[in-house]
Design a protein around this ligand. Sequence first.
Ligand code: GDP
Ligand code: IMO
Ligand code: MG
Length: 420
Amino acid sequence: MKIDILLGLQWGDEGKGKIVDALTPHYEIVARFQGGPNAGHTIEFHGAKHVLHLIPSGIFHEDKINIIGNGVVVDPVVFRQEVESLGIDIATVRERLLISLKAHLIMPTHKLLDAAHEASLGEAKIGSTLRGIGPAYTDKASRNGLRVGDLLRNDFREIYRSRVNEHLRLLEGYGYSNDLKALEKEWFESVDYLKEFTTVNADYYLDVAMQTGKRVLAEGAQGTMLDIDFGTYPFVTSSNTVAAGACTGLGVAPGRTGEVLGIFKAYCTRVGSGPFPTELDDAFGQMMRDRGHEYGATTGRSRRCGWLDLPALKYAIMVNGVTRLFMMKADVLSGFSEVRICKSYTVGGKEQTELPYCLYDIEGLNYLTFKGWQCDITGCRNWEDLPQELKEYIQYIEKETGVPVTIVSVGPDRSATIYR
Ligand code: GDP
Ligand code: IMO
Ligand code: MG
């Protein structure tokens, strides 16, 4: 079997958690391949809402294995809080969850460094979630990281201390002095908690699983426009959020990947700083925010909102090789008098459909206007039930991208999903 990859095509928060949970019955294994507790994946079913940061979104299903892959950066403190808030007994969580020995650890000083670095940027700040993501990936790339597998070493505390001393020197450079005692106490207690979970060579584990016919779904975090290489650099996260990231983040060869499931909202949102061509600061933008409850699942920050950006969507489809599209939150646009799609940009006085190197170079946006749909669609469960105006909106996207929209999501609940 090949592994399918589900990932975000915009700036994150497309609804990955909801769809991974909804699709889990079709898979035996769900594996997160990058990011860390900067992610906030929301799942709603049976009237309850759960937000996951590190744990893959298949965790609520019986008899399924969830893997935290080597590409993920793990904060033991967040891990513990998250496991304890799942509402599933600990023995069951331990059966369902495996952690890659090669996943890197977020240390207390990584969070302090994240905050110090952001503060030093002033107006130019990235708008990081301050979860220590950038510094943890920096240490990974500079070969100073600590990995889950290191927790088993007898000299773990000594290596930890040498890394911390290095971080403290950097913090001093930023003019910070911190008493780490309380943070370290909580961190080491959480490390002991994490050590009670099964750690594996996830690469070998997945190899055997695929050879024995198990179906695997790779779950991305963030979105393509936040990718370290292809996103709106430097306003990005520190990992590869694109499909190729699933290969390096799980140890799966490119030839063993199957469907690439690209998920996008019927409009766009972005949280944090950086260019956002179709951003609206008018009544339509506010309506999207209010009706779509566009506030961050991790930080609670208000999300910037705007119309669907087709050049950016097509770019994301191209770099990921998307084979199916899933459109989320169409219900949020119900009742809008009109709905728009940006079909091209004006750059250097000329119309173009390619993303320029720097999105701040965009001088103008060329929109197509569609008639809005006025009815409540949250109860629709079949394609036939959807209003004609929405069908036309979706069919235009399919025609332009050449990729079928096979799921239309009409509400946050697991059940509010139309499969075509
Ligand atoms: P993720 O990071 O991609 O998993 O997405 P988030 O969970 O951060 O943000 C998506 C938000 O939209 C969550 O609050 C979901 O419960 C909600 N949501 C997902 N799909 C839909 C939908 O089709 N309609 C509405 N109204 N809300 C949705
Ligand atoms: P999910 O998986 C939306 C954004 C931050 C900031 C930038 C860098 O829920 O879609 P970082 O903490 O990674 O250094 O922040 O990336 N960001 C997200 N935005 N959804 C996310 O994850 C995000 N994870 C990071 O707001 O602009
Ligand atoms: Mg999110």
